[in-house]
Design a protein around this ligand. Structure first.
Ligand code: FPP
Ligand code: MG
Length: 324
């Protein structure tokens, strides 16, 4: 069905999320208003609200609070990207210039703060369980910050192990997927067994999503953002860790030193990327990815069969095997 097909399956509920997002981004300051409208017109895959609505449908009753939680998840995600582009000095996202490159770092941070505040506002407007859902999201914001700090420290040291890598991607990506699923389950008044199942599914799905993102950074084309940026930013991700397994200690140490001395010469990055290709580091990452995808699907087994559960199973394959 694909992600667009899933959004069509969600029908009227999907349209309500889109309308709520549009209505949440108005500002009396013209520059914020115009920038938000521009960002919304190039909104990306909208994976998190799609996930959120599916979880609510699969676990309980899809009510107005579920629409608010779904929209809040997208606002929070976009807030993190506006901040992330400053940290990573990224000039292109979703095939378009970033706010960082058009308006500068200060505006990117401030507009990110605006989206974050609107996300929190939507959760606070939930008629039931707003405090519980807000706690999930604020725990995740803390995880995101910790993940980014850890990633930054490790990038400077060049000593990232596979355990460090897994911790970083849990904090910076999987934690939000987990919170989206938990928040959606709470809003839908789901039973505790279903809520526990989707919480686990969300964490595993988020791990798979980030590993695939890191593979695409070595292999992807037409992503709407440049490839090869992880190496440039000093990030040691799973494809490179996979390649290390096939090197001797001396060779690995030399590459770790080079990667930590970022920003490297483009030529050095090309040499390392070619080495990862020759040693099939992405192949190693793909094996780990498949484990996460199948564990994510397995986590859904306590849920009763339904079309929405079928879509959640499909979403696991999408996250793991997407081309962009
Ligand atoms: C993208 O990762 C970045 C994230 C998933 C998280 C960013 C989080 C923060 C900057 C924390 C602060 C946020 C707020 C709102 C307080 P990536 O750089 O690997 O992926 P990319 O290639 O898409 O940039
Ligand atoms: Mg980034």
């Amino acid at each position: 069905m694909g992600i667009k097909g899933i959004q069509e399956f969600l029908g009227e509920d999907w349209s309500k999320v889109e309308a709520l997002l549009r209505g949440s981004l108005h500002s009396s300051v013209e520059l914020i208003d115009k920038t938000n409208a521009h960002l919304s017109s190039n909104g990306g895959k909208m994976l998190r609200p799609t996930l959120s609505l599916l979880v609510s449908k699969a676990c309980g009753t899809l009510n107005d609070d579920c629409i608010r939680v779904a929209a809040a998840s997208e606002l929070l995600h976009n807030a993190t990207l506006l901040h992330d582009d400053v940290l990573d000095d990224s000039s292109v996202r979703r095939g378009a210039p970033t706010v960082l490159s058009t308006l500068g770092a200060k505006s990117s941070v401030l507009i990110g703060d605006f989206w974050l505040a609107r996300a929190m506002d939507l959760v606070l407007r939930c008629e039931n369980h707003s405090r519980e859902i807000l706690t999930c999201f604020s725990d995740t914001v803390q995880d995101l910050v910790e993940g980014e700090m850890l990633q930054m420290t490790k990038a400077g040291n060049g000593d990232t192990t596979e355990d460090d890598y897994l911790r970083i991607i849990y904090l910076k990506t999987a934690s939000l997927f987990k919170s989206v699923c938990t928040g959606a389950a709470i809003a839908s008044e789901s039973g505790s067994d279903s809520a526990a199942a989707v919480k686990k599914y969300g964490r595993l799905l988020g791990m798979a999503f980030q590993i695939k993102d890191d593979i695409l950074d070595y292999e992807g084309e037409a992503l709407g953002k440049p490839t090869g940026t992880d190496l440039k930013e000093g990030k040691i991700t799973l494809p490179l860790l996979g390649a290390f397994k096939k090197m001797d200690g001396g060779q690995e140490g030399e590459i770790r030193r080079k990667v930590s001395a970022f920003p490297q010469q483009p030529e050095d990055c090309r040499v390392i990327a070619d080495m990862v290709k020759t040693l099939d580091g992405a192949g190693y990452a793909r094996i780990r990815l498949e484990e996460y995808v199948s564990q994510a699907k397995e986590a859904l087994s306590p849920l009763p069969d339904s079309p929405a559960k079928g879509c959640l199973l499909e979403l696991a394959d999408y996250c793991g095997y997407r081309k962009i």
